[in-house]
Design a protein around this ligand. Structure first.
Ligand code: GTP
Ligand code: MG
Ligand code: ZN
Length: 350
């Protein structure tokens, strides 16, 4: 992977900009609490639907209404899917958009995290059950990126599911080639769903997989994450962007993650299906994880390590290596083993 590391000076500079930004946001909060000075004492439960700048959109649990909130100081970064406590602001002027303040964060069941520019782990979404890794013919699917998402999902104990979208654009021959490439993942046991947001093909399979779960859609820009959610939820009206003809890459249309609901046909409130749209990525860095943990992200390789003679086997050229033996016997894929080695090489020695 192109695990671009920043030098100290660059890191320091980025940190400085982030610190300044945080200080500005905190200042704004202070002014806000001065302005209204009083919070209503009633505590409400809610879910973070979106977080942009210092502002949050939350969904109130009892009414289902979306309420714009500010964040109380000293709460760590909140992300889509977070369960929170919020309170109303009193004596608001009519034109004020911010109606409440998020005052507490409930413990997270799961959290998907990735390193930021300074190699600090930063949460991306919380309390999610499934990671939908969306791929497409154009932009072309990238196994290295899929593998890094799989590592993140496995280490965060989130169920990964692969998707190939835009199947309406494929000839039979092209589809065979892509299916063959994805077979590697099917053989390991990961579910794969074939969809077209355009023709709606495969949408029933997808819906079945999403039911009653919280799922986050991830992948490169332009693969169709927002289009898929629009196909399932036309009333969401999410902006979609063209794929550049010159580069075959997306144009980074979605800039902030957002959570959407599909109401199930049953009455029970807790049977909600939630979907999180996320901004497309260029790469998904993993360099903040420990070298020894990478193997847990390659479940079929991990299984074979029990046959390695040496406990600290690096699976490169050691005698009696379980992985090299499994490779010879065709039990594991050479591409996945290489991908594993590449990630191990790229993460920090700790
Ligand atoms: N033919 C075809 N085009 C699709 C399909 N899904 C999405 N597209 C097109 O692909 C382009 C990118 O779609 P988006 O939904 O914006 O992609 P995204 O993954 O949300 O991209 P970012 O928000 O930039 O991360 C748009 O021009 C869509 O119309 C599909 O199933 N078939
Ligand atoms: Mg999008
Ligand atoms: Zn080995």
């Amino acid at each position: 992977m192109s695990g671009r590391k920043l030098n100290r000076r660059q890191q320091w500079r980025i940190q400085k900009v982030q610190d300044e930004r945080l200080a500005r946001a905190k200042n704004k909060q202070k002014n806000l609490s001065k302005k209204y000075n009083k919070l209503d004492e009633t505590l409400h439960s809610g879910t973070i639907v979106s977080h942009f700048g210092a502002t949050l959109d939350i969904e109130d649990q009892s009414s289902g209404h979306i309420i714009r909130c500010a964040l109380r100081q000293n709460i760590e970064t909140l992300v889509c899917g977070d369960k929170i406590v919020w309170q109303n602001l009193q004596n608001l002027p009519e034109d004020e958009q911010i109606q409440g303040v998020v005052t507490a964060l409930e413990p997270r069941k799961t959290v998907l995290a990735r390193p930021d520019f300074t190699s600090q782990m930063k949460p991306v979404a919380a309390n999610i059950d499934q990671l939908l890794i969306v791929t497409s013919p154009i932009p072309e699917l990238n196994e290295g990126l899929i593998d890094r998402y799989l590592v993140a999902a496995e280490l965060s104990k989130i169920q990964p599911i692969l998707m190939l979208n835009k199947i309406d654009t494929l000839s039979d021959e092209q589809r065979d080639i892509l299916e063959h490439r994805l077979k590697v993942y099917q053989n390991i046991g990961y579910p794969i769903i074939f969809t077209s947001a355009k023709s709606q093909d495969g949408m029933d399979d997808l819906l079945e997989q999403l039911k009653r779960k919280v799922s986050v859609f991830v992948g490169q820009s332009g693969v169709g994450k927002s289009s898929i959610i629009n196909a399932l939820l036309p009333e969401a009206h999410i902006k979609e962007g063209e794929v550049s003809l010159a580069t075959n890459k997306g144009t980074h249309t979605t800039s902030v993650s957002r959570l959407y609901h599909i109401q199930n046909q049953t009455q029970a409130d807790d049977l909600h299906t939630s979907l999180i749209d996320s901004p497309g990525v260029r790469e998904f860095g993993l360099w903040a994880i420990h070298k020894e943990d990478v193997i847990h992200g390659f479940i079929e390789l991990q299984e074979q390590t029990q046959y390695c003679h040496f406990r600290d086997c690096k699976h490169l050229n050691e005698p009696n290596c379980g992985l090299l033996k499994a490779l010879d016997e065709g039990k594991i894929s050479a591409q996945r083993l290489q991908s594993y080695q590449r990630i191990v090489d790229s993460v920090d020695a700790k």
